[in-house]
Ligand binder design. Sequence first.
Ligand code: DC
Length: 209
Amino acid sequence: MQVAIDGPAASGKTSLARAIAARFGFMLVETGKMYRAVALGLDRGLDLAAIHVTMNDAGRILLNGEDVSDILHTPQLDQGSSRVATRPEVRELLVRLQREIAQGRDVVMEGRDIGTVVLPNADVKIFLEASAEERAHRRASERHETRIDETLQAIISRDTRDQTRTIAPLNPAKDAIIIHTDNKSLAEVVSEAIALVEERFHTGDTAAK
Ligand code: DC
């Protein structure tokens, strides 16, 4: 079973993916963290060719063998990852890694191009939508940021870059189910998504598309 979750910055993809992984025992793959790890490598002065990003069985992200999972969520790496994600050679490497991880496993994978590029045959595709204002409020409270206007500007600039890049721009797949989350709690979104996955289980028809 493959579940793809896409959506713009701070739309709640990780929280939803985590809940689905826990509920069904699927492996959680946070692909944004991989782009963030590449950006961290570049910030450390490494050459792209010397940057090796991997994921271990616990879902932790390693940069040249070092577990960097807990230091990837900074405003600097928000923008750096979005910038590095426009580079074809980076996307090629990470998409290959993501497909390898998904091979022969039950996964829930979240990112920007999972339903469109990485796992086009995913059994369930969810695209999360929320207004930029709502996402800025969520992000600011999660990170204890007080300048909402700055958080909002950062989100808008990242969305624009992610949506307008030439390769694999952020876009719902044709067969994605769009969930608008503005007036919903995380619990409501989680139960909607769980119902979609269960429906797929019950039809038992994971190949028909
Ligand atoms: O989901 P996130 O905020 O951790 O992602 C960080 C950046 O990485 C995002 O702004 C764009 C890029 N990204 C991508 O291009 N494709 C993905 N599948 C995941 C993330």
